[in-house]
Design a binder for this molecule. Structure first.
Ligand code: ACO
Ligand code: KIV
Length: 559
């Protein structure tokens, strides 16, 4: 091990003493109030922050998805952020039922500039923050608790007094004790409570949001939930405020923390689409909303066009969405492995045949079509796939149903191909392998014409193939008569092992496919034929199987 990789450099996060915690016994039954921070926290984490055009595109998408609260920027940070807020207001882009939010530090120059950016807006949330954790107090601000509280209260008073200068706007106030999850809980409650008092002292109805961030995620999500429950139980003004959560994903649990935080009593969630944000990202609203959706809870966001969301996020952030990203990634509804494919095929068939009220398909937590994905992408074939998957691709993409006994035969050929190439095989290539091995027949064995005479309890068949003189045979059916006719010209012993016919499910004509397996000299040969005439398809399939046998010189003397 390299020197320096030493876990003793770190200490465990102290658990919260809470013997009567209630959140583990609760369930989420409805969506929280969502607030997108894509245009602020997401934006501030980008190597190249969004320009006005990208921000506008993202804003329009957020409206389309149904967000009612959107943090649109940090207007005192840059001209671009300021200008974007002005564009939204001056170009009347904010629907009446949507409230924009802006973030500012608790500093007068920044607060004043933030209000300037908001002139003329119908309603807005002014979000002020300062850091409260021990490490920030000790090392960054170098102030004691009172000093930090003073920054918060100064910010709160300024936010309130500037709001009074713009009475035409309906203002909501939001305070974040930044680094809340690393702040002593009693201190966090104390600061927040004093901020709330500043804002609600003269007006009990003043809307106040207290936003509790895991600015840097540094404990397990259950610890965060304990912190939220403790806070909710101890903040004196709980009934007159909204509790919002703003989690990050440093330990990979930002979504779990937000979900557990909702159980612990929070009302509102801040996050970004697909989790862009500082370091490992903000809480991913798409994932959390889809988690609700997949539990039968209305997420109150329209995520039905996932491709559009991914495309817009990638365009605006210039960051790729991982193909395995929960719910949204390109590969998350795709199975390559054989046993998964087999189970998915059987499970979907079962669903179609039995009709169930609720989706419950193996390996597919939701119906991919709900979010605009197709069944086409569910099964893709490579060296890890099995016969069920290959058969499914042929049926799904070409409408060709094969009898179960043929699945293995085709799969062996496909497997040989992928073993050689080492790559995924396309449906077109699978179809080509099927065609060349089971459908293609030499001219010599192509049925030119046939006629059947029905006698009392048997039929007589006469047919022509290649340039040979007419074949004649008799049997209980046309099929048996054909075997009889070939046997009359050959000493070979042909035994029919399988014969199946299916209607093709696709195509403009109501074609049928026949599949035949024969045994000749202890060897088995299979073939298929497709024709509008179902009898002809069966007869041709039989001839094609014989063709295969002849190719292997088993029936060389037959013609
Ligand atoms: C966790 C979060 O995501 S919080 C949001 C963070 N987002 C951003 O920082 C993006 C936008 N920020 C910026 O563009 C700039 O930082 C600005 C415009 C806000 C401020 O710029 P500047 O004043 O030039 O620089 P800077 O950010 O370094 O300011 C640090 C000063 O602000 C103080 N400060 C930092 N945060 C706060 C706060 N929330 N409230 C009051 N003062 C604060 C610091 O103590 C420091 O003070 P000092 O100068 O006395 O040492
Ligand atoms: C300003 C706050 C809410 C923040 O972005 C954070 O703590 O991550």
């Amino acid at each position: 091990m390299k020197a320096g990789f030493d876990h003793k450099k770190y200490k465990p996060f102290a658990p919260i003493e809470m013997p009567n915690r209630a959140w583990p016994n609760r369930s989420i039954t409805q969506a929280p109030n969502w607030c997108s921070v894509d245009l602020r926290d997401g934006n501030q984490a980008l190597p190249n922050p969004m320009n006005v055009e990208q921000k506008t595109r993202m804003f329009k998408l957020l409206l389309e998805l149904g967000f009612k609260e959107i943090e649109v920027g940090f207007p005192s940070a840059s001209q671009a952020d300021f200008d974007f807020v002005r564009v939204l207001i001056e170009e009347n882009m904010i629907p009446d039922d949507v409230t924009i939010q802006v973030l500012t530090q608790a500093r007068e120059d920044l607060i004043s500039r933030s209000y300037e950016s908001l002139v003329g807006v119908k309603q807005a949330i002014v979000h002020v923050y300062n850091s409260t954790s021990f490490v920030q107090r000790e090392q960054v601000f170098r102030r004691d608790k009172q000093g930090i509280t003073d920054i918060a209260l100064n910010g709160a008073s300024l936010v309130k007094s500037y709001a009074e200068k713009y009475p035409e706007t309906q203002w909501s106030f939001q305070y974040s004790p930044e680094s809340f999850s690393q702040t002593e809980l009693d201190y966090a409650v104390d600061v927040c409570s004093q901020v709330i008092d500043v804002w609600q002292k003269d007006n009990k109805d003043q809307r106040v949001i207290i936003n509790l961030p895991a600015t840097v995620e540094s404990a397990m999500p259950n610890v965060f939930a304990d912190q939220i429950e403790w806070f909710c139980n101890n903040i004196p003004q709980r009934d007159s405020i909204e509790i919002s959560l703003h989690t990050h994903n440093d330990r990979g649990c930002g979504i779990a923390a937000a979900e557990m935080g909702i159980l612990a009593g929070a009302d509102r969630i801040e996050g970004t689409l697909l989790g862009n944000g500082e370091r490992t990202g903000n809480m991913d609203i798409v994932t959390m909303a889809m988690n609700l959706y997949s539990q039968g809870i209305d997420p109150e966001l329209d995520l039905s066009n996932m491709a559009e969301i991914v495309e817009c996020v990638e365009y605006c952030t210039q960051l790729p969405v991982h193909p395995r990203h929960a719910w949204a990634g390109e590969l998350v509804y795709t199975a390559f492995s054989g046993s998964h494919q087999d189970a998915i095929r059987k499970s979907i068939d079962f669903h179609n045949e039995n009709g169930r009220e609720h989706w419950n398909v193996a390996y597919l937590p939701i119906d991919p079509r709900d979010i605009g994905r197709e069944y086409e992408e569910v099964v893709r074939i490579n060296s890890q796939s099995g016969k069920g998957g290959v058969a499914l691709v042929l049926e799904r993409d070409f409408g060709i149903t094969l009898p179960k006994w043929m699945h293995g035969e085709l799969s062996v050929l496909v497997q040989a191909h992928v073993d050689k190439s080492g790559e995924e095989i396309t449906p077109a290539k699978i179809h080509e392998i099927f065609q060349s091995n089971f459908i293609q027949v030499s001219d010599l064995w192509t049925l030119r014409d046939y006629s059947i005479k029905t006698k009392e309890d048997y039929v007589e068949l006469e047919f022509n193939i290649g340039q040979s003189p007419a074949f004649k045979g008799a049997g209980k059916g046309a099929f048996e008569a054909m075997v009889d006719a070939v046997k009359r010209r050959s000493s070979m012993n042909i035994r029919v092992l399988h014969f199946d016919e299916f209607a093709l499910t696709e195509g403009t004509r109501s074609d049928a496919i026949a599949a035949v397996a024969i045994e000749v000299e202890d060897k088995i040969y299979s073939a298929c034929a497709i024709d509008e005439d179902i009898t002809k398809a069966g007869l041709q399939a039989l001839l094609s199987a014989m063709d295969s046998a002849v190719k292997l010189e088993q029936l060389a003397k037959a013609v």
